[in-house]
Design a protein around this ligand. Structure first.
Ligand SMILES: [Cu+2]
Length: 268
């Protein structure tokens, strides 16, 4: 019986490890400036945890077999554990956990807490059940005011985010259901949510941040490759959560300016 358990534990361990290892990479190609560092962190965590998993499951199978019922009638002695070993593996686990956090947090903190570059493009992202809206400042470089009482999700773009069209700064604001970004230019993102918590997730940018009602959260990142990338909501936000996705189109600076000018012209 002990041997059968050992075999089952080891077989499950090695088969599941094989399937994880055989799929060498789990994310789409990274196309943002911070992506290589995040991928390194991801790969390191993945391999370190894989080794821990295989060693722990290997030891479990071995010990199940080693201390199997041998059918003799000797009195069983109960062990209260081994303090030295417990201190050792608790310390090792803590080191791994805290170490991974220390390694990873500067990558995220740089996007979150360091200010964006002065020439960064300000883009406001508003999440609502169940759509994303993207707002650009227009020529004045300023976002117009919004008012909660003007929010009307059932109507078009401007009212959906509660834009106060009487504010002069709001006149040239461009609002879009698709995100356009110029390549290789930093984006100064401002995240808002109208109703519940959403999470703005662009796997290709390795970027994920909650959008929280009542907060304006600043983050910044730099897309590095022209292309279309998927946006998903990564926070279970209601019945329509599954369809709350969008596209970000990374284009050349010239194409971006043209798109913005066309949108601006369409407002006149
Ligand atoms: Cu959502």
């Amino acid at each position: 019986m002990g041997l059968a358990l050992l075999a089952i534990i080891w077989i499950i361990t090695f088969i599941s490890t094989y399937f994880f290892a055989a799929k060498t990479w789990w994310l789409p190609k990274g196309v943002a400036a911070a992506a290589p560092a995040i991928d390194n962190q991801f790969a390191f965590t993945y391999v370190a945890m894989g080794i821990v998993f295989v060693l722990a499951q290997g030891a479990l199978g071995f010990l199940v077999w080693r201390y199997r019922d041998r059918g003799d009638l000797r009195k069983v002695s109960y062990s209260h554990g081994n303090t030295k070993l417990e201190v050792l593996w608790t310390a090792l686990t803590a080191m791994l956990f805290i170490g991974l956090n220390l390694m990873g947090s500067p990558i995220w903190a740089a996007e979150r807490f360091e200010p964006a570059k002065p020439d960064a493009l300000p883009v406001e992202v508003t999440g609502m059940q169940f759509a994303w809206y993207f707002r650009y400042t227009g020529n004045d470089g300023k976002f117009g005011a919004t008012k909660p009482e003007l929010i009307d999700p059932s109507s078009g773009n401007e009212a959906a985010i509660g834009l106060n069209t009487n504010d002069p700064a709001a006149k040239d604001d461009v609002i879009s259901g698709t995100m356009y970004l110029p390549v290789n230019r930093e984006v100064d993102l401002q995240l808002r949510a109208i109703d519940v918590i959403h999470s703005f997730f662009v796997p290709a940018f390795r970027f994920k941040q909650d959008a929280v009602p009542g907060l304006r959260i600043h983050m910044h990142f730099t897309p590095t490759e022209i292309g279309d990338y998927e946006i998903a909501c990564a926070e279970l936000c209601g019945m329509g959560h599954y369809k709350m996705h969008g596209m970000v189109k990374v284009v050349s600076q010239a194409d971006f300016e043209k798109w913005l000018a066309d949108r601006e012209a369409a407002k006149q």
